[in-house]
Structure formats: C-alpha cells, structure tokens
Design a protein around this ligand. Structure first.
Ligand code: ATP
Ligand code: MG
Length: 872
C-alpha cells in the first residue's frame, strides 16, 4: 500500500466514525512557553484539554507534523542510527474531547489495524498500565485490560510501568494511563528463537511501538496530587512512517516510499550507494531525515538562526551537513537539491512545501555555504590543536570549543583525531558541556504554582478593540518565581481591555486600580494556551472585589500606529516588488516596527523610496479602518484577505481593511490611516538567504527622528559659519583640503631631500664603517624610507636614528648587508640592547630593526652608547 493511501485510509476511517478531519497545524508553536515545536498530535489541542477553549467538534482526526528534537522528546541523536526514529514525522491521531472513551478508542484502533489495513493479529502486542506503588493513588488499568481481552489473546496483553504506560502533559495538568500497540515484524525463525513479548519496549528495531492510545482521566496539581477530570478525553498517536513500514512489508522506515525517493536522489547527487557500508548508510539516513525537518520548519515560518527554535533548526541542518561532509565527501552545498524531490513526494498532502520551494532551497543552500566555511575554519583550528599537543591527547576544553563555536560534535573531533593517531580527553569535554548546561538552566529556571481560583468563571472576554478601560473581576491567579525576573504574578480576569502579545504586536501595559485607589502595574500581557495573562510584580488587595483595568493609552496608540503601518508596508511591498513577497515575521512596538519578508535581492534605494512614498500616500488618503470581527474564513479569503502561512486561524476570522489592504489580523489598529501621521524607513537588510528585513518608524518617533536630524544639521551649519549653501561650503572645504595635502606632500619631499643631503655630509668613518647616529624629526615610515635610500647610495653603512613619535621614543637601526655579513652585526640584536635606554624593546631583521619605548629622555643615551658599540 502506497504511503499516500495509508494516510488517506486513516483519515477516511475516522471520518466514517464521525470525526472532523482537520489539516495539520504548523509545527512551530506560538503562544506556549513550554514548547518550541509541536512534538505530538495532541499539542495543537492542548487548550481544549486544559479547558481554556472549546473544540469546534468533539471528535477530531488528522495527521500532524511533529518534530522531536528538543525538550521532553528529543530523538535527534538516535536518528540515522536506528531505523524507526525521525526528527520530523507524521503522527496520525484521533481525539475525543469529553466524548467517547476507552471502549470505542480501543475497538476502533483494532478494527482499523486488523480489518482496514489487514495486519495479522499474530504480530501485534498491546500494553496496559500495571499501576504504581510509588504513586499510591494509581491503580492498574483493569478497564482497558477488560476491553482488550475481547480482541486479543490475554498473553499478548502486557503490563507496563509508569514510564511507558502513564502519560502526563507536564509536571501539571491532564494525565492518564495509556495502551500502546506494538508490532513484531521479525522473521519466523527469529520469532521461534526469542519470544516477541520479551522484546516489547526493549528498543528492538523490529519490535516497535506503532500506536499509543492515551486515556486522559486525571488532572495532576502542582503539589503532585491527582484529581479526576470532569470530562474524560481520548488522545491517540500513531507513527505514520512506522505504519507504512509494516504495511509495505519492509524492515526499516527508510525502505518505505516515504524515504526511498530521497535516498535515491542522495545516491545520485553524491555518487554513493545505500546499503554497502554502515557509515555511508547512517549519513544517508541522517540527511534524508533532516532535510524533511528543516524544509518543513522553514515552510512553517521557522528559519535557522542563532537563538531559540531557530538555533534548533540550524543544528539539525548542520548535523546533516556534517554527515555529508565526513561520510559522503560533500565539500559543496548539496542538501538544498533534495527539496525538489521532497516537494514531489509530500506536496500533495502538504502543499506548503511546494509553494515555498524556492525559499526553502535558498535558505538551505546559504546555510550549507556558511557552515562549510565554518567547518573549514574548525578543521584548521583542529590541525593547530593537534600540532601544539605534546602528548597526543586533545584537551577537553579545546574539543568543547570546537563543539561550541564551530559545531564540531565530539565524535567528529574524535574521528579526525583518530585518523592522525590522537585521542580526545572526553572527561574534559563533558565537564565543559556540563558547565554550559548548568549556566543555561540557572538562567531559565522558574517555578509556577497552581492557579488559585477566585471566581469560578471560565469565560474571559477581550474588550480591548473598543475600550481601553473596563470594570473587571479576577477569576484566577498564580505566582511564578524565577531567577531571571524575580517574583511575578499572573492574573486572569473575566474580561479585559489589555491586548495580549500576538501577531507581532507587543502586549499592552497599564494598571489596575482597586476600589480604594490602590494601583498595581501591569508590565506585560501575554496569551498562553488561549488564556490572556496579565503580568505584574504585585498582587492587588481585595482580590474578590472588582477593579478598574486601564491600558496605557499612548503605548497602545503608538503600537496601533505601527501595526497599521505594517499592513500598508506589506501592501506596498507586494505592489512594488511583486506578489512573491510573503510576510515572514514582524515585530510591532510603540517606538518602531520591523517586517521580514521573502524577496531574493536587496531592495534598492529607489525602490525603498517608492515604498515609503506608497505608504505615505495611503496615510494622506486618511483611509478608514473597515473591520469585520467574525466572518467565515473562506468568505474573507474570497474577498482577498491575506492570510499568513503557519498562523492558526479559526473557522471565523477577523479582517482588517484600509483601502486595498486587507489582512486576517487580531491586532489593534488606528481608526484612520491619517492617525499614523508619517512613515519613515530606517533600514533594509538581509536576515537570511531570501529573507529581507525593513525597519521603520511612524508617528511621534518620526517627529523625534526629524528633530534629531535637524539638530545635527544645524550644528553642521554652525560649524560652517552659517553658510547659505552648506553643501557647497563642504565641497569647497574638501577641495581646499585636497590642494593643501598636495602642497604638504611637496614640502615634505623637499624636506626629506634637504635632510638627506645634510645627513650624508655628517657621515663619519669608524673602523671602516660609514656611521651616523642622530635624532631626527620624521615619522617612522619616512625614517625607514630614508634609511633604505641612503643605503642604496653607500656601502658599509650603519645608521641609528632616534625620533619622537606620538609621545613615545623610537629607535631605527639600518646596517648594510655587507656589514651584516663581514662584521656579523645584527640590527635586531642592537636595537634590543639599546631598548633599555628608552624603557622598551623591539626587534626586526639583521639589516633593519626598530625599538619603541616610553622614555624619550633616553634617546640621547642610546645614540651615545651606539658609538661605543661600533668603536669596539
Ligand atoms: P518510542 O518509545 O518508540 O520512542 P514513544 O513512546 O516516544 O515511542 P509516543 O510519544 O507515544 O511514542 O508517540 C506516538 C507514536 O508516534 C509512537 O507509537 C510511534 O509510532 C510514533 N513515534 C514516536 N516517536 C517517533 C519518532 N521519533 N519518529 C517516528 N515515529 C515516532
Ligand atoms: Mg520516544
């Protein structure tokens, strides 16, 4: 069965069981501080399980792009070495939100696997939770056991421990027992030798878990205790690639048609074959896996970068580059060439990979280029470390530096070292690693306590589009203690005018006032899993009374000005540069705005001017805001609204229109474009291959900007004695300057000529040496020229010049080559000797050397001393 059919059959099956089929969410997580990437099918539905939002249907199924490369699930180091863990994989899942429970979930999983897909029952094992002694509230999942018994022989139902069979969302929140389904795809002979049951959950490559059914029935509180959930849920996840492996009768995920086209392409491009040597195979698996992770992440809006999620992606790509470099002998970029094949393979199910193909290729290629350069530098450094080492051991701290700055993991350093007969101090490397981990842990550690409920009111209205103040009541709050930010409280109200950070726009600031006039400042507003959280340093008094919530009006007004300007800028870019321009990120603050977009070359000055003019023309038109708060997504798109890829939208959306600019947007905007006052671009730059960034300002920031520019200009004019035509005045000065420079050069040449004549006449002969020691007033370069000039005209010359240079003493010594040879004189040795008189030192070659020092007074003594030296 083709992988495409495997996927469709799954979705079709659950559609028939009355599930709503939804598309995969973006892999890049926004709005959740605990997660960078979606790492399981349930992650996009977290807010439903937490009860913060209502699902649009209580049965949903989908295939979700997942990435397991950081945090709780990190499979990165396995990938390539085993045959069934990937960084990016698809998780097929079905969900019940307070609807069906174990009975249906188990029966349907069985029906799908054995009847629809026709998997032989005799290769399946299932597990149920055995209960836990140390968590004494947890009993064995007898319920699941009873249901499974209806479908499968009892000896194939295995009991599993808390680690494998009890699922928890995190330290807190929903949790419950789970049942896993495992397959045993070994050959008959092997099965006879070793019983399959003994290999379940033992990391055997042919006895693997394919599906996990989670039965969410408890809530874990911050103090560790459990309470029963009022609504029980089902969350299942099946590894798509593993399922394909079973259905296609192969022994490795990489032998399914999900991977074979990529592997064939790598073989062709790099001229290697898969299946001949283990190093090459690992490299090919790593690259075919990683290119998927990186390409999908770029498509979902997360580009490789130096921090956070972007850094995780960069590291994945670098791992692929490194394996290609080391084992496939690829010294030039090549991974980007696989994007085309990937598009053909996955484009039907995930169109984003096709529509952004060019961007993905460009970004990967550029990353490959720059990392290959870094690899080269790292190799040079490693050569030097090897050269400097006296005991054939590479110091741990050096190995760590290679890892930390050049992206060389330990195994690469070891590999290269081994080739040259060296080893690496692993202990020292681990210490460096450990220290770094501790540093980052202590910087980010924070502790969040349970929510304290003040009023049991689950709804929370956002009223901030229409008003900046509101009567509000606290529904719950919690305390967060962190080293970085100190103690903070997070407040949730029944209603709020505060805009939470989102869509690029920063969260509102302001205050809440109690009935008796006490004020607590709100330092930021954020949205976490669909809840608006107000952050403050202090808890207000009289928590159960109502408060007046007041948003900082100017902060909001200026943010809105920049947000609307961002929309107009987006429109200007698409009009002037073309509709290939796609928004790739934005940051809207009161003082400035930033807009990142896809475009393949620098935006020239003229175009920038045109863009600025376009936006300002829209501002002068004073276009009114036309807002629709709640229109069906499809209707909005039909009307021409621009949606951002990778953004999560509901069925109904909010649209923001100013003239021809129309976007899906949740942000706050001005009532009419005239309120922006003026738009000024401050810079245009590249942030990655194919991604440009424009930074701009509006409103009073433009006033401040022009004021500063004007002040500077006034100051320049004042220096120019208020010339009527300042530009002309500066040009005159420049011309005059050029003329004066010429004159000075001529004068200096004359001076040098005169000096030369003078010095020649002062040469004395001592012991057959033409000798002169003298203090002169010239700069170091001219002294050197003079020495060599005189040297051409005289044999057996010995010169020592002293000079003051920028408040320091300088000695320059010249000795003709004949003298160096015949009398074994050495200018380097002599200046070093004389250096003590000027409290300094120096050196150089036998025929010319210089010394510098602090003591100008000592020059004369040095000049005298050299006479003694020569006379000897
Ligand atoms: P394993 O023990 O094999 O790592 P898991 O317990 O981490 O699996 P779950 O978190 O329960 O897996 O995820 C549900 C399903 O997703 C698994 O049954 C498996 O089929 C699939 N899966 C999990 N991790 C990966 C991965 N890294 N690559 C491919 N498929 C995976
Ligand atoms: Mg795992």
């Amino acid at each position: 069965m083709k992988s495409q059919d495997v996927r469709n059959k799954f979705l079709e099956f659950f559609k028939q069981k009355e599930h709503l089929i939804v598309p995969s969410s973006s892999m890049v997580v926004k709005n959740d501080p605990t997660l960078m990437f979606v790492n399981s099918g349930m992650a996009p539905f977290k807010e439903y399980f937490l009860g913060n939002a209502k699902p649009k249907h209580n049965r949903i199924a989908d295939t979700q792009k997942c990435l397991r490369v950081s945090g709780k699930h990190n499979d990165l180091e396995e990938v390539g070495y085993d045959t069934y863990h990937h960084t990016l994989f698809e998780m097929l899942g079905n969900w019940s939100f307070g609807n069906y429970f174990k009975e249906e979930a188990i029966a349907w999983s069985w029906e799908l696997l054995t009847e629809v897909y026709g998997i032989d029952k005799d290769i399946l094992y299932v597990t149920v939770f055995e209960g836990s002694d140390d968590d004494d509230q947890l009993e064995m999942d007898k319920e699941a056991f009873g249901i499974w018994k209806k479908f499968i022989d009892e000896e194939r139902i295995l009991k599993g421990n808390k680690k494998d069979n009890f699922w928890e969302m995190g330290d807190q929140g929903p949790c419950g027992p789970c049942s896993e389904i495992h397959v045993d795809i070994r050959s008959k002979e092997e099965k006879q030798k070793v019983d399959g049951a003994s290999l379940v959950n033992q990391d055997h490559p042919q006895v693997v878990e394919i599906w996990n059914l989670v039965f969410m029935q408890y809530n874990r509180k911050a103090n560790g205790s459990l309470e029963a959930l009022p609504n029980r849920h089902i969350d299942t996840g099946m590894g798509f690639e593993r399922l394909c492996m079973v259905l296609q009768g192969v022994q490795s995920n990489y032998d399914t048609d999900v991977f074979t086209p990529l592997i064939r392409e790598i073989e062709t491009i790099t001229n290697n074959s898969y299946g001949k040597s283990s190093d090459v195979d690992v490299a090919i698996r790593v690259i075919s896996d990683h290119v998927r992770a990186v390409a999908f992440s770029i498509a979902d809006g997360q580009l490789p970068s130096n921090t956070g999620a972007g850094y995780v992606i960069r590291r994945i790509l670098r791992r692929a580059i490194r394996y290609g470099f080391t084992f496939l002998n690829q010294k030039e970029p090549f991974i980007y060439k696989l994007v085309d094949t990937l598009g053909k393979q996955m484009g039907e199910a995930f169109p984003e990979i096709k529509t952004q193909e060019r961007l993905i290729e460009n970004v990967i290629k550029e990353e490959e280029h720059s990392f290959l350069r870094t690899l080269d530098q790292g190799l040079l450094l490693l050569d030097k470390v090897i050269e400097d080492s006296t005991n054939k051991i590479i110091e741990g701290s050096k190995a760590f530096e290679l890892y930390d700055t050049y992206g060389f993991p330990l195994d690469l350093t070891q590999l290269i070292a081994r080739e040259k007969g060296y080893s690496v101090d692993e202990e020292g490397f681990s210490q460096g690693m450990q220290k770094q981990k501790e540093r980052s842990r202590s910087a980010s550690a924070s502790e969040t306590s349970d929510w304290i409920v003040i009023q049991d009111n689950q709804t929370e209205d956002f009223v901030g589009y229409d008003q900046l103040t509101a009567e509000v009541r606290l529904t719950r709050y919690r305390k967060v203690v962190s080293k970085k930010d100190g103690d903070q409280y997070q407040l949730v109200f029944n209603s709020t005018p505060f805009y939470p950070e989102g869509g690029g726009q920063v969260g509102d600031r302001g205050y809440i006032e109690t009935a008796n006039g006490g004020v607590v400042y709100i330092t930021d507003t954020k949205k976490e899993n669909n809840v608006i959280i107000h952050i403050t340093k202090h808890l207000p008094q009289h928590l159960e009374q109502s408060f007046k919530a007041v948003v900082n009006e100017e902060f909001r007004r200026l943010s809105a000005s920049n947000h609307t300007a961002t929309h107009l800028l987006h429109q200007a870019l698409r009009t002037i540069l073309g509709t290939h321009v796609e928004q790739k990120g934005s940051l809207v603050k009161p003082k400035s705005l930033r807009f990142d977009f896809s475009h393949f070359s620098k935006v020239g000055d003229e175009q920038l001017q045109e863009i600025e003019d376009f936006v300002n023309a829209r501002i002068r038109e004073n276009l009114p805001l036309v807002e629709h708060r709640n229109i069906p997504m499809q209707k909005a798109l039909d009307e021409g609204a621009i949606a951002l890829f990778g953004e999560k939208y509901g069925d109904n959306v909010r649209t923001i229109r100013f003239g021809q600019s129309m976007e899906l947007c949740g942000g706050t905007h001005v009532a009419q474009t005239g309120d922006i006052w003026y738009f000024k671009i401050k810079s245009e730059s590249a942030i990655a291959a194919g991604i440009r960034r424009i930074e701009a300002i509006t409103n009073i920031a433009v006033g401040d900007y022009f004021e500063t520019v004007e002040k500077q200009f006034e100051a320049v004019k004042a220096v120019l004695k208020n010339a009527n035509e300042p530009v002309k005045a500066v040009q005159n000065l420049q011309e005059e300057n050029v003329e004066l420079k010429k004159q000075i050069e001529a004068l200096l040449k004359d001076k040098a000529k005169n000096l030369k004549t003078e010095l020649k006449s002062e040469l004395r002969e001592i012991n057959g040496i033409q000798f002169l020691a003298k203090k002169i007033d010239l700069d170091p370069a001219s002294i050197k020229d003079l020495c060599f000039d005189l040297g051409h005209q005289h044999d057996n010359l010995f010169l020592l010049f002293g000079a003051e240079n920028n408040g320091k003493a300088l000695l320059s010594c010249y000795i003709s080559k004949e003298l160096v040879a015949s009398k074994s004189l050495n200018a380097g040795v002599i200046v070093r000797e004389l250096g003590k008189y000027i409290q300094g030192g120096g050196g150089g070659q036998p025929f010319f050397a210089t010394a510098g020092g602090k003591n100008i007074e000592g020059i004369d003594s040095a000049l005298k001393e050299v006479v003694n030296l020569i006379s000897k």
